[in-house]
Design a protein around this ligand. Structure first.
Ligand code: NAD
Length: 475
């Protein structure tokens, strides 16, 4: 069965004006399962003009009512978690159980944005003499251009919709062409709940053409992106040229520091589960395993056993624990990283190859003796690859763990309280997970340091990227 995914502009789903389309592929089979409409320059102009109207209408609705609408959208999404999860799994590949969690998390984000909308308030600053006072007012920034990726095609968009719509902005979202249906499911829930139809648009198309048009459009006030560092730099440069603020959630290369005081089998079980979730295609995924030498052999043995035992299969098969990679492009990238490591002397202790010849499956892979100049240690693997790097000297290990470029997630595994504090303080990362996996809940802000990002998403600050202030001095 093939699906047609249309552009959503002004509440109507329609083909692009030139009729151009792209293909949507099921990563579990490699087969085409749908067509996605591509926006033309005319469609892009229409989307921006509609969003300008939408901003006027939506920002005029009280924050209290906007909050109620977002919370209603969350409820609508929760009425068919199974259907929404199936859409995610079909186009992105993750096991259904993980897709269900993603739908619930998306609803949680919309609900949280709705709650925070109700708390929008201004501040009054006392003047320097009796009488005068200064108001710091919060205003929605305007039309938002959002670019969202394929790894969590619904949840990563939900963060942006929750913040932007909660603040009173209109939003034009370009999801990844590879996963169009997931975003449309959420957009329909928002419309059904009562979001002004002109206040949200979903566009697909040639990525460069869409982003160039939207970012340079004078009516677009804000750019928000989740994806890779190279594309983030490109979009941020275009936004900078027009002095538009950006929120960037970019890639990471998370170091994991496993200290010798912990039970290595327990640590390996916990970290293998975190590593292979979503086939390693998570920006918070642990990706460089620094294990203290005294427990490295036991840790590796257990990690290899877990990796080898993992059931890899289609996400729609309820017994699958890990699905395929999301695209042929990702499969080629992961194969390239392992080939490069091998050619530089690394040992493949588990996996290291495709699973079957249909779809984009790659075996959970464990590597040892990986030299620092191997590509896998220099670029984000974004796949089910775990290089194990034993260490003896903490200071030297920290030099390798802290990098001049990446600064998103990091992990510390030790029960020694003083060592925990020392490592947390030393890690130059925006997120540190201690003795457990990391996940992003709406109630807590999260963002990367260095090239891993600009700004945070979530938490009581969720609306802030979409607001601007007005300083009013009343004499
Ligand atoms: P990529 O660099 O080609 O694309 C990254 C994302 O940006 C995709 O979602 C893509 O649709 C989008 N994109 C590409 N060009 C764009 C443009 N001109 N305008 C707007 N959006 C554009 O990489 P990829 O192979 O799709 O993904 C792999 C890399 O992306 C990973 O290594 C990882 O670093 C990063 N990534 C990060 C996250 C995250 O959650 N931070 C999510 C997905 C991908």
């Amino acid at each position: 069965m093939t699906h047609e995914f249309h552009l959503l502009i002004g509440g109507a789903e329609r083909a692009g004006s030139t009729g151009e389309t792209g293909e949507v592929v099921d990563p579990a089979t490699g087969k085409v399962i749908g067509k996605v409409a591509y926006a033309s320059a005319e469609d892009l102009r229409d989307a921006v003009a509609t969003a300008v109207q939408g901003f006027r209408q939506w920002s005029a609705i009280s924050p209290w009512e906007r909050g109620a609408i977002l919370k209603r959208a969350a409820e609508i999404l929760r009425t068919d978690v199974e259907g929404a999860a199936l859409t995610i799994t079909r186009e992105q590949g993750k096991p259904l159980a993980q897709a269900r969690t993603e739908v619930q998390r998306s609803a949680d984000f919309l609900e949280w944005g709705g709650e925070e909308a109700r708390r929008i308030s201004d501040r009054v600053v006392a003047g320097r003499t009796r009488g005068p006072r200064i108001e710091i007012q919060s205003h929605p920034i305007g039309v938002v251009a959002a670019f969202t990726p394929w790894n969590f095609p619904m949840a990563l968009a939900a963060k942006k919709f929750a913040g932007a719509l909660g603040a009173g902005c209109s939003i034009i979202c370009k999801p990844s062409q590879e996963t169009p249906g997931s975003m449309l499911v959420m957009a329909r829930a928002l419309l059904e709940a009562g979001v002004a139809p002109a206040a949200l648009a979903v566009l697909f198309g040639r990525a460069d053409q869409v982003s160039d048009h939207l970012i340079s459009a004078p009516d677009v006030a804000k750019v928000t992106f989740t994806g890779s560092i190279p594309i983030g730099k490109r979009l941020a440069a275009a936004a900078g040229a027009a002095i538009k603020p950006v929120t960037m959630e970019l890639g990471g290369h998370a170091p994991v520091i496993v200290c010798s005081d912990v039970d290595p089998e327990w640590a390996a079980d916990m970290l293998a589960e975190a590593k292979f979730a979503n086939a390693g295609q998570i920006c918070l995924s642990p990706s460089r395993f620094f294990v203290e030498a005294g427990i490295a052999a036991r840790f590796s043995a257990r990690f290899i056993a877990r990796a080898t035992a993992l059931r890899v299969g289609p996400g729609t098969d309820l017994t699958s624990e890990m699905g395929p990679l999301a695209s042929a492009r990702r499969l080629a990238a992961v194969e390239g990283l392992v080939d490069d490591a091998r050619s530089r002397g690394a040992k493949v202790l588990a996996g290291g190859k495709r699973v079957g010849n249909r779809g984009f499956f790659y075996a959970p892979t464990v590597l040892a003796d990986v030299p620092d100049d191997a590509e896998i240690l220099r670029e984000e693997p974004f796949g089910p690859l775990a290089p194990i790097l034993p260490f003896e000297n903490e200071a030297q290990m920290l030099e390798r763990a802290n990098r001049p470029d990446f600064g998103l997630a990091s992990y510390v595994v030790t029960h020694d309280g003083r060592r925990q504090r020392r490592l947390i303080d030393a890690l130059e990362y925006g997120v540190v997970g201690v003795n457990g996996p990391l996940t992003h809940y709406p109630e807590a802000a999260l963002g990367g340091w260095k090239e891993s990002g600009v700004d945070t998403e979530g938490g009581v600050e969720i609306l802030r990227p979409y607001q601007r202030t007005k300083h009013v001095s009343l004499a």
